[in-house]
Design a protein around this ligand. Structure first.
Ligand SMILES: CC(C)(COP(=O)(O)OP(=O)(O)OC[C@H]1O[C@@H](n2cnc3c(N)ncnc32)[C@H](O)[C@@H]1OP(=O)(O)O)[C@@H](O)C(=O)NCCC(=O)NCCS
Length: 154
Protein backbone atom coordinates (compact mmCIF):
# COMPACT_ATOMS: atom_id res chain seq x y z
CA UNK A 1 0.00 0.00 0.00
CA UNK A 2 1.62 3.30 -1.03
CA UNK A 3 1.77 6.40 1.15
CA UNK A 4 0.30 9.74 0.11
CA UNK A 5 2.52 12.62 1.20
CA UNK A 6 1.69 16.28 0.67
CA UNK A 7 3.90 17.79 -2.00
CA UNK A 8 6.78 19.81 -0.55
CA UNK A 9 9.90 21.64 -1.68
CA UNK A 10 11.96 18.52 -0.91
CA UNK A 11 9.83 16.27 -3.11
CA UNK A 12 9.49 18.64 -6.06
CA UNK A 13 12.31 17.17 -8.16
CA UNK A 14 11.52 13.48 -7.62
CA UNK A 15 7.87 14.08 -8.52
CA UNK A 16 8.73 16.16 -11.59
CA UNK A 17 10.84 13.22 -12.78
CA UNK A 18 7.87 10.85 -12.97
CA UNK A 19 6.54 10.15 -16.47
CA UNK A 20 3.64 8.25 -18.03
CA UNK A 21 4.13 6.19 -21.20
CA UNK A 22 4.51 8.11 -24.48
CA UNK A 23 1.11 6.77 -25.56
CA UNK A 24 -0.50 8.23 -22.40
CA UNK A 25 0.75 11.82 -22.52
CA UNK A 26 -2.56 13.10 -23.93
CA UNK A 27 -4.43 11.75 -20.88
CA UNK A 28 -2.76 13.83 -18.17
CA UNK A 29 -0.68 16.99 -17.81
CA UNK A 30 2.96 16.70 -16.79
CA UNK A 31 3.63 16.91 -13.07
CA UNK A 32 5.57 20.12 -13.59
CA UNK A 33 2.53 21.67 -15.28
CA UNK A 34 0.25 20.52 -12.46
CA UNK A 35 2.56 22.13 -9.91
CA UNK A 36 2.65 25.39 -11.86
CA UNK A 37 -1.13 25.46 -12.39
CA UNK A 38 -1.76 24.73 -8.73
CA UNK A 39 -0.49 28.22 -7.89
CA UNK A 40 -3.58 29.60 -9.62
CA UNK A 41 -6.02 26.79 -8.71
CA UNK A 42 -7.59 27.71 -5.37
CA UNK A 43 -8.42 24.66 -3.28
CA UNK A 44 -5.88 22.43 -5.03
CA UNK A 45 -3.74 19.99 -3.07
CA UNK A 46 -0.96 17.84 -4.49
CA UNK A 47 0.13 14.52 -3.03
CA UNK A 48 3.10 12.41 -3.98
CA UNK A 49 2.47 8.68 -4.09
CA UNK A 50 5.35 6.91 -2.40
CA UNK A 51 6.43 3.33 -1.92
CA UNK A 52 8.87 3.72 0.98
CA UNK A 53 11.56 6.04 -0.48
CA UNK A 54 10.50 5.59 -4.08
CA UNK A 55 8.17 8.12 -5.73
CA UNK A 56 5.67 6.25 -7.91
CA UNK A 57 2.95 8.73 -8.80
CA UNK A 58 1.11 11.99 -8.26
CA UNK A 59 -2.44 12.73 -7.17
CA UNK A 60 -3.90 16.24 -7.21
CA UNK A 61 -7.35 17.13 -5.95
CA UNK A 62 -9.37 20.33 -5.77
CA UNK A 63 -11.60 20.93 -2.78
CA UNK A 64 -14.59 22.49 -4.51
CA UNK A 65 -15.81 23.98 -1.22
CA UNK A 66 -12.80 26.31 -1.04
CA UNK A 67 -14.15 29.88 -0.89
CA UNK A 68 -12.10 30.88 -3.93
CA UNK A 69 -12.61 27.68 -5.93
CA UNK A 70 -13.08 28.45 -9.62
CA UNK A 71 -16.47 26.79 -10.12
CA UNK A 72 -18.11 26.54 -13.55
CA UNK A 73 -21.86 26.57 -13.94
CA UNK A 74 -23.20 23.21 -12.73
CA UNK A 75 -20.16 22.41 -10.58
CA UNK A 76 -21.04 21.08 -7.15
CA UNK A 77 -19.22 22.87 -4.31
CA UNK A 78 -19.93 19.89 -2.05
CA UNK A 79 -17.28 17.78 -3.72
CA UNK A 80 -13.67 16.79 -4.01
CA UNK A 81 -12.49 16.77 -7.61
CA UNK A 82 -9.66 14.45 -8.60
CA UNK A 83 -7.83 16.93 -10.77
CA UNK A 84 -4.76 14.88 -11.76
CA UNK A 85 -3.77 11.27 -11.34
CA UNK A 86 -0.72 9.61 -12.78
CA UNK A 87 1.43 6.61 -11.98
CA UNK A 88 4.94 6.49 -13.39
CA UNK A 89 5.32 4.15 -16.37
CA UNK A 90 7.71 1.91 -14.43
CA UNK A 91 5.21 1.43 -11.59
CA UNK A 92 1.86 1.02 -13.34
CA UNK A 93 -0.28 -2.08 -12.92
CA UNK A 94 0.58 -2.64 -9.26
CA UNK A 95 -2.50 -1.15 -7.67
CA UNK A 96 -1.21 2.37 -7.06
CA UNK A 97 -3.89 3.98 -9.24
CA UNK A 98 -6.68 2.20 -7.37
CA UNK A 99 -5.02 3.06 -4.03
CA UNK A 100 -4.95 6.74 -5.07
CA UNK A 101 -8.68 6.65 -5.85
CA UNK A 102 -9.31 5.08 -2.43
CA UNK A 103 -7.18 7.78 -0.76
CA UNK A 104 -9.13 10.56 -2.49
CA UNK A 105 -12.39 8.89 -1.49
CA UNK A 106 -11.36 8.70 2.17
CA UNK A 107 -10.21 12.33 2.05
CA UNK A 108 -13.62 13.39 0.73
CA UNK A 109 -15.44 11.30 3.35
CA UNK A 110 -13.33 12.68 6.21
CA UNK A 111 -14.28 16.18 5.11
CA UNK A 112 -17.93 15.27 4.87
CA UNK A 113 -18.20 15.98 1.15
CA UNK A 114 -21.10 14.40 -0.70
CA UNK A 115 -19.36 13.75 -4.00
CA UNK A 116 -16.08 12.54 -5.41
CA UNK A 117 -15.68 13.79 -8.96
CA UNK A 118 -13.25 12.93 -11.74
CA UNK A 119 -13.06 13.56 -15.47
CA UNK A 120 -11.41 11.43 -18.11
CA UNK A 121 -10.40 11.41 -21.76
CA UNK A 122 -12.64 8.59 -23.01
CA UNK A 123 -10.31 7.01 -25.54
CA UNK A 124 -8.79 3.55 -25.97
CA UNK A 125 -6.01 3.07 -23.44
CA UNK A 126 -7.58 5.62 -21.09
CA UNK A 127 -8.58 5.10 -17.49
CA UNK A 128 -12.39 5.00 -17.97
CA UNK A 129 -12.65 1.21 -17.30
CA UNK A 130 -10.68 1.61 -14.07
CA UNK A 131 -12.91 4.44 -12.86
CA UNK A 132 -16.17 2.66 -13.70
CA UNK A 133 -14.96 -0.47 -11.99
CA UNK A 134 -14.10 1.63 -8.92
CA UNK A 135 -17.69 2.90 -8.80
CA UNK A 136 -17.73 6.21 -10.68
CA UNK A 137 -20.70 6.89 -12.96
CA UNK A 138 -21.03 9.48 -15.77
CA UNK A 139 -22.85 12.68 -14.81
CA UNK A 140 -23.77 13.31 -18.44
CA UNK A 141 -21.58 16.41 -18.57
CA UNK A 142 -18.56 16.92 -20.80
CA UNK A 143 -16.13 19.34 -19.17
CA UNK A 144 -13.25 20.73 -21.24
CA UNK A 145 -13.66 17.79 -23.62
CA UNK A 146 -13.50 15.21 -20.84
CA UNK A 147 -16.28 12.92 -19.60
CA UNK A 148 -17.23 13.86 -16.03
CA UNK A 149 -17.84 11.02 -13.56
CA UNK A 150 -19.12 11.13 -9.99
CA UNK A 151 -19.31 8.90 -6.96
CA UNK A 152 -21.89 9.87 -4.34
CA UNK A 153 -20.54 9.39 -0.83
CA UNK A 154 -23.38 10.39 1.49
C1 LIG B 1 -4.62 5.39 -14.94
C2 LIG B 1 -3.43 5.09 -14.03
C3 LIG B 1 -3.27 6.20 -13.00
C4 LIG B 1 -3.71 3.77 -13.30
O1 LIG B 1 -2.63 3.52 -12.42
P1 LIG B 1 -2.12 2.03 -12.13
O2 LIG B 1 -1.29 2.08 -10.91
O3 LIG B 1 -1.53 1.46 -13.35
O4 LIG B 1 -3.51 1.32 -11.84
P2 LIG B 1 -3.77 0.00 -10.99
O5 LIG B 1 -2.56 -0.86 -10.99
O6 LIG B 1 -4.33 0.41 -9.67
O7 LIG B 1 -4.87 -0.64 -11.89
C5 LIG B 1 -6.12 -0.92 -11.42
C6 LIG B 1 -6.88 -1.65 -12.49
O8 LIG B 1 -7.19 -0.82 -13.58
C7 LIG B 1 -6.70 -1.37 -14.78
N1 LIG B 1 -6.17 -0.25 -15.54
C8 LIG B 1 -5.23 0.60 -15.13
N2 LIG B 1 -5.02 1.53 -16.08
C9 LIG B 1 -5.85 1.24 -17.09
C10 LIG B 1 -6.08 1.82 -18.34
N3 LIG B 1 -5.40 2.88 -18.74
N4 LIG B 1 -7.03 1.25 -19.14
C11 LIG B 1 -7.69 0.15 -18.72
N5 LIG B 1 -7.51 -0.44 -17.54
C12 LIG B 1 -6.60 0.10 -16.74
C13 LIG B 1 -5.62 -2.34 -14.39
O9 LIG B 1 -5.52 -3.37 -15.34
C14 LIG B 1 -6.10 -2.82 -13.05
O10 LIG B 1 -7.02 -3.85 -13.16
P3 LIG B 1 -6.70 -5.27 -12.49
O11 LIG B 1 -6.33 -5.00 -11.07
O12 LIG B 1 -7.98 -6.00 -12.66
O13 LIG B 1 -5.57 -5.80 -13.29
C15 LIG B 1 -2.11 4.93 -14.84
O14 LIG B 1 -2.31 3.93 -15.79
C16 LIG B 1 -1.66 6.20 -15.51
O15 LIG B 1 -0.93 7.02 -14.93
N6 LIG B 1 -2.09 6.38 -16.79
C17 LIG B 1 -1.68 7.55 -17.56
C18 LIG B 1 -2.28 8.82 -17.07
C19 LIG B 1 -3.79 8.77 -16.99
O16 LIG B 1 -4.48 8.26 -17.83
N7 LIG B 1 -4.27 9.35 -15.87
C20 LIG B 1 -5.67 9.46 -15.62
C21 LIG B 1 -6.14 10.81 -16.06
S1 LIG B 1 -7.89 10.96 -15.85
Amino acid sequence: MPEFRPFSQDTLRPLVGLKVRDSQTTFVASNLMTMAQSIFESGSEIYGVWEQDTPVGLLAVVDMSHPDADLDEGDDPDGIYIWRLMVDQAHQGRGHGRAALAFAKSLARERGRSNLIISVVDEPGGAMPLYEEFGFRPTGRIVDGEVELVMRLF
